[in-house]
Ligand binder design. Structure first.
Ligand SMILES: *[C@@H]1O[C@H](CO)[C@@H](O)[C@H](O)[C@H]1NC(C)=O
Ligand SMILES: *[C@@H]1O[C@H](CO)[C@@H](O)[C@H](O)[C@H]1NC(C)=O
Length: 518
C-alpha cells in the first residue's frame, strides 16, 4: 500500500545536488562523501504495516495487512483470563512479554523524540495504533497489582509446528509472574512501556494515558518490591528470552520512564540513588537490546542534564552520561582498543553477533540519533571520544549510514527491510507469511503438513511481511535468503520499532533540504 506524500516528492534532481547542498548547509568536512538516499517516507509507512502483520487476536475493521486473519482467540481461557491480543514476537506464535514490552517502549520513544516528523509524514495515527495494540494487551495481562501474565504458548511446542497463526493447534498455556514467582525485569520493562506510552497518549487520549500510568506505577512497585529474574520463575522462557543482564537495568529503565511521564521526584531519586548499585553508571556496554537496557538509561539520564532543575544531580547524571558516550563512541569505532568498540562488516554495518544482528543496528542507530540531538541541545559542540571529536552532524551521518545499509546501500544491493525496494528477502522465516494466506485458502494446514509443504519449499513466500527487518547479513556482508536460515531471515518486532523514528527524521531532513534548495 503506497502512501501519498504530504510533502512534495522530490523532482528528478540528482541526489548529488541535495547532498552538496547539505554539505554547505552544515559546513562539514571534506571527508564527507555524498551518500545515497532512499525513499524514507515509504520505509516509514512500511515499517508500521509490519506491526499489523504481527497482530494476535481479533483483527480490527481497518486492518491493512489483509493476508492475516484472527488468531489466538482463546488465549488465556484455560487460566480464566482474557489474554487475546498483543503481538507475536517474530516468525512464530508465542507471545513473549519481555520483547513485546521492549518493542512498545521503543515505538513510544520513537514518537516521543520524533512525533512532529512522524506526523509530518502522515503516519502518527498508525504509529499510535501500533503502540496501543501492545498496551491494550498489557492492560489485560496485568490482572492485579502483583500479577502480570508473561507469556502465552511456549517455544518448545510452538517450534515443533509450522502453521499459520489462524490454524494454530499448539499449546496456548499462559504463564505469569506474581509475588511468589517474581520477575522484576518483565515487570520493569512492561512498566517502562506503559509509562512511555502514557506520554504518547497524554494529549490525544488523556483517560487512556492515565490508565497506562496507573498500571505502570503498580508494575514498577511490584517489580521493585518482589525482586527476581522472570526466567527463574518461568522456565519455558529459557532458551528464548532469558534475561541475561538481570533485572537491575529494567528497574532503572522503568523508573526513568516513570519520571519522564510523571515528573514525580520519587522516580528520579530511584535512578540517582541506585545508579551505582544497579550498574547504571558502572556498566560500560556496547549492546542495547530487549535484554540489556543500560545504554538507553544512560542516554535518557544524559537528557536530564538539559534542565536547570536537575543541576543538583549533576555528578551522578554526568557519570551516566560518560557511559552513554562510551556506548556511542563504541558504535563509531572510536573507543580505545577493539574490545571497547563494536565491529563492522567490510560494507560498514555494525556487527554485534551472528544471530539477528540487525536488532543491534536499529537500536544503536536510534540511540546515536537521539544523542546527536542531545549534543545540540546541550550546546556541547562535539562528542569527545578517545579516537577524536565527533560533531552532532557526524553522529547523525552514522545513523543514516546504518539505515541506508538496511535499505539497500550495501554490497548485495539488498534491502533488509522486507517489501522495500526492488531486492529484498523473499523467504523470510515466518510461519504465516510462508504459507498460503488463510483468507485465500481456509483449508486447515496441520503442524507437520506446514513443514512438509511450505517450510521446505524453495519458492518465495506467498505473503510479503512488509516492513519486517530481518536478522541480516553475516560479518562479511553475506546473506542467504533461505527460510531455514533463521539467524538471518527471521524478523522481530523490536528490530523495526527503533526505525520508525529514524525513518521519519531522515524523511524530514530530506524534504527540508529539498524545500530549502528552491
Ligand atoms: C589505551 O589503551 C592502551 C592499552 O590498553 C593503554 O595502554 C592506554 O593507556 C589507553 N589510553 C588511554 C588514553 O586511556
Ligand atoms: C550493486 O549495484 C551496483 C551499482 O548499481 C553495481 O555496480 C553492483 O554490481 C551491484 N552489486 C550486486 C551484488 O548486485
Amino acid at each position: 500500500m503506497e502512501k501519498t506524500m504530504m510533502m512534495k516528492r522530490k523532482p528528478s534532481l540528482s541526489f548529488l545536488h541535495h547532498c552538496c547542498f547539505l554539505l554547505s548547509l552544515f559546513s562539514i568536512f571534506a571527508s564527507f562523501r555524498c551518500s545515497p538516499s532512499h525513499n524514507y517516507a515509504d520505509a516509514l509507512t512500511k515499517s508500521l504495516l509490519y506491526f499489523e502483520a504481527q497482530r494476535s487476536g481479533r483483527l480490527p475493521y481497518n486492518q491493512r495487512v489483509t493476508w492475516r486473519d484472527n488468531s489466538g482467540l482463546t488465549d488465556g481461557l484455560e487460566q480464566g483470563v482474557d489474554l487475546v491480543g498483543g503481538y507475536y514476537d517474530a516468525g512464530d506464535h508465542v507471545k513473549f512479554g519481555l520483547p513485546m514490552a521492549f518493542t512498545v517502549t521503543m515505538l513510544s520513544w520513537s514518537i516521543i523524540e520524533y512525533s512532529e516528523y512522524i506526523a509530518g509524514a502522515g503516519e502518527l495515527e498508525h504509529a499510535m495504533e501500533a503502540i496501543k495494540w501492545g498496551t491494550d494487551y498489557f492492560i489485560k495481562a496485568h490482572t492485579s497489582p502483583n500479577v502480570l501474565w508473561a507469556e502465552v504458548g511456549d517455544g518448545y511446542t510452538d517450534h515443533y509446528c509450522w502453521q499459520r497463526p489462524e490454524d494454530m493447534t499448539t499449546s496456548r498455556q499462559a504463564y505469569k509472574i506474581d509475588e511468589n514467582n517474581p520477575g522484576s525485569d518483565l515487570a520493569g520493562e512492561t512498566a517502562a512501556a506503559m509509562a512511555a506510552a502514557s506520554i504518547v497518549f497524554k494529549k490525544t487520549n488523556p483517560h487512556y494515558s492515565h490508565l497506562l500510568l496507573h498500571h505502570a506505577q503498580q508494575l514498577f512497585e511490584f517489580g521493585d518490591k518482589y525482586r527476581g529474574k522472570y526466567d527463574e520463575s518461568i522456565g519455558v522462557v529459557k532458551n528464548y528470552y532469558t534475561s541475561v543482564s538481570g533485572h537491575e537495568d529494567e528497574l532503572l529503565w522503568a523508573a526513568m520512564w516513570l519520571y519522564k511521564a510523571t515528573d514525580n521526584h520519587q522516580y528520579l531519586s530511584y535512578v540517582i540513588d541506585n545508579a551505582d548499585s544497579f550498574g547504571g553508571v558502572g556498566w560500560s556496554i556496547t549492546e542495547f537490546s530487549w535484554d540489556v537496557k543500560f545504554a538507553g538509561i544512560q542516554v535518557l539520564a544524559s537528557q536530564l542534564l538539559i534542565e536547570e532543575k536537575h543541576k543538583k544531580y549533576k555528578d551522578v547524571l554526568e557519570k551516566y552520561q560518560s557511559k552513554a558516550e562510551y556506548y556511542i563512541c563504541s558504535c563509531l569505532n572510536k573507543n580505545n582498543g577493539t574490545k571497547h568498540n563494536v565491529r563492522f562488516t567490510p560494507g560498514g554495518l555494525l556487527y554485534v553477533r551472528q544471530w539477528n544482528n540487525m536488532q543491534y543496528v536499529s537500536s544503536g542507530a536510534f540511540l546515536v540519533s537521539v544523542y546527536s540531538n542531545l549534543l545540540q541541545k546541550l550546546n556541547q559542540k562535539n562528542l569527545k571520544c578517545h579516537g577524536g571529536e565527533v560533531t552532532p552532524h557526524e553522529l547523525f551521518q552514522f545513523t543514516k549510514s546504518q539505515v541506508d545499509y538496511i535499505l539497500g546501500s550495501n554490497p548485495l544491493n539488498m534491502s533488509y527491510l522486507v517489501g522495500f525496494g526492488p531486492n529484498f528477502p523473499k523467504r523470510v522465516h515466518h510461519r504465516g507469511a510462508s504459507i498460503v494466506s488463510y483468507r485465500e485458502n481456509k483449508g486447515f494446514i496441520g503442524c507437520t503438513q506446514g513443514y512438509d509443504n511450505w517450510y521446505g519449499s524453495t519458492d518465495p513466500n506467498p505473503n510479503i511481511v512488509v516492513g519486517a527487518l530481518v536478522g541480516g547479513p553475516d560479518h562479511n556482508d553475506e546473506f542467504t535468503d533461505k527460510r531455514g536460515n533463521y539467524m538471518q531471515t527471521e524478523a522481530c518486532t523490536y528490530n523495526t520499532s527503533p526505525l520508525v523514528g529514524i525513518f521519519a527524521k531522515l524523511n524530514y531532513l530530506e524534504n527540508m533540504v529539498l524545500h530549502a534548495s528552491y
